[in-house]
Design a protein around this ligand. Structure first.
Ligand code: AMO
Length: 432
């Protein structure tokens, strides 16, 4: 048994041909004189039509005994049919049952009964069979493909940095400690320190697409404990240069997804707008005023609360940059403004009320960096492996990290990040 066609390749043009399809039994309708079976594969569905007068008894019996979600192979002839979902159907000549599915099913993949997200995640392998769910991951795949192409065309080198690490990068409270032989170690929060060290290594422009781990306490629709970050770092560039790269990348992905994932976007009922030109740039100072104008209390120097993000999201539409953040609330590696060190060269990329990326021009001066680590209450000696790279030839550099799952939320119109991850990890979920 070898597949000759995916179901979406079967149309009027091959009427009369013998085909072999493989897939799942989506639906069975036994009307006595005629049996209809919908067979589903990754690409779509096709109808098997078995008029009892025309099909020999043994085969008919086999079809009658099929159960929903069983995996079968089907050989048969393509025939035009006004009533079938795709305008064509298959008259079976042979059937092979690869796996008979147990009944009842833990959840209904035909969407007739809507399931809660927890039920869906518990049986994720079935949940993912639904086109409305698999579409999210087809879009994610396209997004990542475009990201790789974009960076390759831009002369970036793809790197892989360790995820077993010895120190914090984004603040100490969000670390997952692990046992590493006799030593204390953690799961990596960000490739931050390593991508910066690659600048000292002379790699000039690098990117990485990899897991980041954050011991987020909070159960929100935007945080997971394991997420995918698209990171870049480039030498001899400032924050404005890398913001331009981020702007171009986001636009390129949206154009590519809109062009290549028409079916998936339709399934998700998502109408993607292609943002034109430069994203709006909003200074932190102005953001504070705007947030206060919405009667949400926020002092200068504070990070955005959820209420503050929501207030901003009501005023700002689409993608926009938030710039000139207070140095105090940004990590040690962020470059303070030369003229006014209270402010920094850090930026966030927002989509309405969702932060999708953070980046900055970095501190490349060894002594200043050491000082800033200490100011954060961290022990600079613990960072010696990183700091040494700044002593023997470190160029000025900038970069950002873009949350792939959050970016995917903006492309698919979903508001729960769990929807955009195959097997999400949150406070309560470590399986499947
Ligand atoms: P930051 O901590 O802002 O910056 O992370 C970058 C982006 O990663 C995504 N992200 C998350 N997504 C889901 N769940 C989480 N718990 C989570 N945490 C982060 C967000 C966020 O904008 N080193 C810097 C980047 C840099 O400066 O280059 C960093 O990690 O979309």
């Amino acid at each position: 048994w070898r597949r000759s066609h995916y179901t979406n390749e079967i149309d009027e043009n091959i009427t009369g041909e013998d085909v072999t399809v493989m897939g799942w039994v989506h639906e069975i309708r036994d009307l006595g004189g005629i049996i209809f079976v919908l067979i589903r594969d990754r690409s779509g569905m096709i109808q098997l039509t078995a008029p009892s007068k025309e099909i020999e008894g043994e085969l008919l019996d086999k079809i009658r005994k099929l159960r929903k979600e069983s995996v079968i192979g089907l050989k048969g002839k393509v025939q035009e049919s006004g009533k079938a979902p795709n305008g064509v159907e298959i008259i079976p000549s042979e059937i092979k049952v690869f796996c008979l599915a147990n009944q009842p099913l833990p959840m209904d993949p035909t969407e007739k009964v809507k399931a809660e997200i927890d039920t869906r995640l518990d049986s994720r392998f079935i949940d993912l069979r639904k086109p409305v769910v698999s579409s999210i991951f087809k879009i994610k795949s396209k997004m990542l493909h475009t990201v790789r192409n974009f960076f390759e065309e831009g002369g970036f080198l793809e790197i892989n940095t360790p995820k077993l690490v010895a120190s914090a990068t984004e603040g100490g409270t969000e670390l997952f400690p692990i046992t590493y032989f006799e030593k204390e170690a953690f799961l990596g929060q960000s490739p931050q320190l390593y991508k910066q060290m690659m600048m000292s290594a002379g790699f000039d422009k690098v990117y990485e697409i990899a897991q980041i781990f954050r011991a987020e306490e909070h159960d929100t629709l935007r945080h997971l404990n394991e997420a995918i970050s698209i990171d870049m770092e480039a030498s001899f560039m400032d924050d404005v240069d890398v913001m331009k790269i981020l702007n171009d990348l986001v636009q390129k992905v949206i154009i590519d997804v809109k062009q290549n994932c028409k079916e998936e976007l339709k399934t998700l009922e998502m109408d993607l707008d292609i943002p034109e030109g430069h994203f709006e740039v909003l200074k932190y100072d102005d953001a504070v005023d705007m947030i206060n104008s919405k009667d949400v209390p926020m002092e200068w120097g504070e990070d955005l609360s959820r209420a503050a993000e929501k207030a901003l999201g009501e005023i700002m539409d689409g993608y926009y940059f938030l710039t000139e953040w207070p140095t105090e609330i940004k990590p040690f590696y962020v470059m303070p403004n030369e003229k006014n060190p209270v402010k920094s060269h850090a930026f966030d990329l927002m989509y309405k009320d969702l932060e999708i990326s953070s980046g900055a021009m970095r501190v490349h001066q060894h002594d200043l960096l050491r000082e800033k680590i200490a100011e954060k209450g961290l022990n600079p000696d613990a960072f010696n492996g990183y700091l040494r790279a700044f002593e023997y030839g470190m160029p000025p550099h900038s970069g950002w990290g873009l949350g792939a799952d959050r970016f995917n939320m903006t492309l698919t119109g979903l508001d729960n990040i769990r929807e955009t991850v195959l097997f999400p990890r949150d406070r309560r979920r470590l399986t499947p």
